[in-house]
Design a protein around this ligand. Structure first.
Ligand code: ADP
Length: 562
């Protein structure tokens, strides 16, 4: 129980618990202060998340791409270097072969290989080697001459001799974006040649070529960085768009909730708008349904409150009349009139009449309030409704006889068994017959009849040849305390509650009541009761049906149904 009084808000740091409450201990002490550095709007959070995802993705992918491209370019350059080495070897071999045709290119004297002097001169001139390095190889060139011999399978293999090596560095102008690339492994290309005298070999080794690998990688890295920036910008835009699409219905929902919280129960969320996910649309529709129900309930409560207020005012007014009359009688009896036995007798009789009226009204009010509050539980029994009608009519024969009115009952020959509360339905018939007798002149006729409906229910009719009801009054006859205004002595005696009670009882039986009337010709009240009220679907939820009957446009007659 104590926990219910505990305030929901978290106490401020250091403030301890609210007055009368010790600061909570242990895990309840954590304080969730908002972190100002973290953006709190959904849009900015989503934008940051998108940018983070884009950055992390590009941060992971970029090094891998660059690494793979670097490997690829390296392989390409090494392959190119090998081709250049081959071309250089062919060019040099052609030069040497053209220079020396009928003498050995490499001779061996005292076990030491020696290069033909003409070839030595050609190479020492350096022009040939520089041409090979700058124009063919585009790398540093090292040329090693040697003899050649046949291996066991008869294939010629070179015997390069380090003492016959010549080299030249690349001194030409590198192409655009090219730079010396020492990370490229050197390429070696041997070549066997022979002239009329002997076979000889030349081996070309190229190293430190000029390549555009580094600049290509650099420009690709730059491109990827630019792409990363564009991707981040697109991520921000997409995030803002998505967040906007997502947040708009939430904002609408919040706005509608705020209006409802402020008391505007007509506030609804526009579910026609395209934006928003299916879930949010369902939520909005649910909210609208909830708001409609709330509005309906408040409307019903408001109407009930107004009715109760009017009812209370009517009750006070109705009670005041007999009380005022009795007050007057008592004052008169206390005066000289009290000593006159005839006057005293008359005042006492009038007081008794007013007391009867008060008693009658109190009884009716009690009935009505019980019926309205649902305190009355119908005692539904499958009884023959003919018996109920007969005993209700029975009680009115004396009045009918006294007033000179013919009261007849016309009931079916076969039992008319419906589930009904016998005393309550008896009260319905009794009230209708009582009214019919009250509003019918001497010599008139009141007829009560019953018949089975096609659905197995009962249709009870009370018809009179009385004064009838004016069409303008018809919509009000079921209102509490309503009494017709036509000049008729009988109208002064009612309480205006009889038909309200009738209608409440018929409603509880899930039946209907209709009235047809012609001024000066009479009225007919038709009550239709179902065979079993509990088997009938209850009325759709919503405001209770209007009490006023449906009117038929007829100047002299009127009909209604409730
Ligand atoms: P009351 O106690 O005044 O009869 P009711 O609620 O029974 O109250 O009836 C309300 C009003 O309906 C009556 O005052 C009368 O004007 C009209 N009324 C009801 N029944 C009849 C009837 N059979 N013939 C004419 N008027 C009727």
């Amino acid at each position: 129980m104590a926990d219910r009084r505990r305030p929901a808000a978290t106490p401020a740091p250091g403030a301890g618990g609210p007055a009368g409450w010790p600061a909570p201990e242990g895990r309840h002490r954590e304080i969730h202060a908002p972190r100002p550095s973290v953006p709190r709007s959904f849009q900015s959070r989503l934008a940051i998340a998108f940018v983070a995802v884009a950055t992390v993705t590009l941060g992971l992918i970029t090094p891998v791409i660059i690494n793979r491209l670097d490997d690829f370019f390296r392989q390409q350059e090494e392959q190119a270097l090998r081709l250049h080495a081959y071309a250089t070897a062919i060019v040099l071999e052609r030069f040497v072969a053209d220079e020396v045709t009928d003498a050995p290119v490499v001779s061996v004297a005292d076990g030491k290989p020696q290069l033909n002097p003409e070839v030595s001169a050609l190479l020492n001139d350096r022009k040939l080697l520089e041409l090979a390095a700058n124009d063919v190889a585009q790398a540093d060139v090292k040329v090693t001459f040697g003899t050649a011999h046949a291996d066991a399978t008869g294939v010629m293999v070179p015997d390069p001799d380090p003492s016959l090596a010549f080299s030249a560095a690349f001194t030409g102008t590198p192409g655009q974006g090219q730079a010396r690339d020492s990370s490229i492994s050197s390429a070696t290309q041997p070549l066997i040649s022979s002239n009329a005298v002997q076979a000889w070999s030349i081996e070309v080794e190229l190293s430190n070529p000029y390549t555009s690998r580094a600049s290509t990688i650099a420009s690709i890295t730059g491109l990827l960085l630019a792409m990363a920036l564009v991707a981040a910008a697109i991520a921000v835009l997409v995030a803002l768009f998505v967040a906007h699409r997502f947040a708009t219905p939430v904002v609408r929902l919040t706005e509608a909730s705020r209006r409802v919280a402020e008391g505007d129960l007509t506030a609804r969320v526009n579910t026609e708008a395209e934006s928003g996910t299916l879930e949010l649309q369902a939520l909005s529709e649910q909210f609208n349904t909830m708001a409609s129900r709330l509005e309906q309930s408040v409307e019903i409560i408001r109407r009930d409150r107004d009715r109760s207020r009017d009812f209370l005012a009517d009750v006070s007014h109705e009670l005041r009349t007999p009380i005022a009359a009795m007050h007057t009688f008592i004052e008169l009896l206390q005066g000289p009139a009290g000593r006159d036995p005839a006057a005293r007798q008359e005042f006492l009789e009038s007081s008794a009449t007013q007391l009867d009226r008060l008693d009658w009204m109190a009884q009716n009010l009690l009935d009505l309030s019980k019926l309205d509050s649902g305190l009355v539980l119908l005692d539904l029994r499958p009884e023959d409704v003919r018996g109920t009608i007969e005993s209700a009519v029975e009680q009115h024969h004396a009045v009918a006889a006294r007033k000179g009115i013919t009261l007849t009952t016309s009931l079916p020959d076969r039992p008319l068994r419906i589930a009904h509360d016998v005393p309550r339905v008896g009260q319905v018939v009794g009230n209708l017959v009582g009214n019919a007798l009250k509003f019918t002149e001497r010599g008139g006729e009141v007829r009560v009849s019953a018949a089975a409906t096609p659905e197995g229910g009962a249709r009870i009719e009370v018809t009179d040849t009385g004064v009838g009801i004016h069409p303008a009054e018809l919509p009000h006859i079921f209102d509490r305390f309503y009494r017709g205004s036509q000049a008729n002595e009988a109208r002064g005696t009612g309480s205006g509650l009889g038909l309200s009670i009738v209608k409440s009882i018929v409603d509880m039986h899930r039946g209907t009541i209709e009235v047809e009337s012609r001024v000066g010709r009479g009225s007919r009240f038709v009550v239709v009761l179902p065979r079993d009220p509990e088997a009938r679907p209850s009325r759709a939820p919503g405001p209770p049906p209007a009490d006023s009957p449906r009117m038929v446009d007829d100047s002299s007659s009127a009909a209604g149904r409730v």
